[in-house]
Design a protein around this ligand. Structure first.
Ligand SMILES: *Cc1c(COP(=O)(O)O)cnc(C)c1O
Length: 384
């Protein structure tokens, strides 16, 4: 059966994978080598130097392309280095329209690194596509989207934005870290580039920092490969192996993340000590219809505000949790709790942060795949 025809739950395991040619190893060996013997100058077997290419990384890159329904995958040393390569497609004077409520490190990369090189960034709430169009001018080259957004869980209509990008001949890049290809496949909805912090759900075990890009178009893939090799932020063989192993259970983990996420979201929403819960699965979530149409489930990311919410109250709750670990990051098998204002989003100025709803009392949960009852009991106790 052609590998392209496999269903998602089989692609995570077999996508782009073949038993190793040397000894038939079912998992690709960790080719922990920087260089490759040549029989004559230029006489090699497809690999010359591991920045340019490494068989373990290639195995991961094929798997990434497969699960995102793309043709080309690229693995980077981190999510931010993958983004860095995308922005390096641009030239001084070019402009980018980006989601306003996005990962703090992405905001920092745009504002504090690339603005210095003459690239301009506009940040808008993309739930209303008209607001994106307002920021587009002759210099605009790229639309950068995160959906669901971090940490406010807004959902952006990818098909509508893809149509806008096409009509204006702009590139559309989607940070698919939160949703993963299990929940949505942006390339199928018209995006040009999918980016991942593979540190999160793709790796899935909080044991590796990695990034990924997937595209369909050959020319775009060539440009990004050039940047990956020229700038050099490649993923090492051991880390490539870990992400590849993580991907093999992505579908079963995501199924449980969605189930537990729903249980926790509904528990919090019904709790008297809670002011507000942000989770796109709620029928009254402002973007619920878009979420339902473009996502296969609603995931395990939830944000909430306790009643009478203050900085101190939020800190007290996250400190009282025992099964949820207080930590940065998300998407691992274990449940994590975070306080965006002082942790993941501390690099965004308070005023800018609060405009998109990231107030001091906000708590973000990455609901893991433990027993649902233990997670709820932990929250119940911490809220007392
Ligand atoms: C973590 C994260 C990033 C950055 O990825 P790193 O692997 O930490 O470099 C980018 N976008 C989102 C949505 C993230 O959660």
């Amino acid at each position: 059966m052609s590998e392209k025809k496999l269903r998602f739950n089989s692609k995570t395991i077999h996508g782009g994978q073949q038993p190793d040619k040397a000894y038939g190893a079912v998992m690709p060996p960790i080719y922990q080598t920087s260089t490759y013997a040549q029989t004559t100058p230029g006489g090699h077997q497809g690999y010359e130097y591991s920045r340019s290419g490494n068989p373990t990384r290639s195995a991961l890159e094929s798997a990434l392309a497969s699960i995102e329904n793309g043709n080309y995958g690229l693995a980077f040393a981190s999510g931010l280095s993958a983004m860095d390569a995308v922005i390096k497609l641009l030239n001084p004077g070019d402009e980018v329209v980006s989601t306003n409520d996005l990962y703090g490190g992405s905001y920092r990369l745009f504002r504090q690194v690339f603005e210095k090189y003459g690239i301009r960034f506009h940040f808008v709430g993309m739930e209303d596509v008209a607001r994106i169009a307002e920021k587009i001018n002759d210099n605009t080259k790229l639309i950068w989207v995160e959906t669901p957004t971090n940490p406010m869980m807004n959902v952006v209509d990818l098909k509508a934005i893809a149509a806008l990008a096409k009509s204006k001949k702009l590139l559309l890049a989607v940070d698919n870290t939160f949703a993963t290809p299990y929940l949505q496949q942006p390339l199928d909805m018209g995006a040009d580039i999918v980016m991942h912090s593979a540190t999160k759900y793709l790796g899935g075990h909080s044991d590796v920092v990695a990034g990924a890009l997937v595209v369909k178009d050959k020319e775009l893939a060539d440009q990004l490969y050039f940047l990956q090799n020229a700038s050099g932020a490649v993923l090492g063989p051991m880390d490539s192996f870990l992400v590849l192993r993580g991907i093999k259970t992505l579908h079963v983990r995501m199924q449980r993340h969605c189930e537990n996420g729903e249980a926790v979201a509904r528990f919090l929403a019904a709790h008297p000590a809670i002011e507000k819960v942000y989770w796109p699965g709620f029928e009254d979530h402002p973007n619920h219809d878009v979420a339902k149409a473009q996502m296969r489930g609603f995931g395990g990311m939830i944000s909430f505000i306790p009643k009478g919410g203050s900085y101190e109250k939020a800190v007290e709750i996250v400190e009282n949790l025992k099964v949820f670990t207080l930590a940065e990051s998300l998407g691992g098998v274990e449940s994590l709790a975070g306080h965006p204002a002082s942790m993941t989003h501390a690099s965004i100025p308070k005023e800018e942060r609060e405009k998109s709803g990231v107030v001091d009392a906000l708590i973000r949960l990455s609901v893991g795949i433990e027993d649902e009852a233990d997670l709820i009991a932990d929250l119940e106790a911490a809220l007392k």
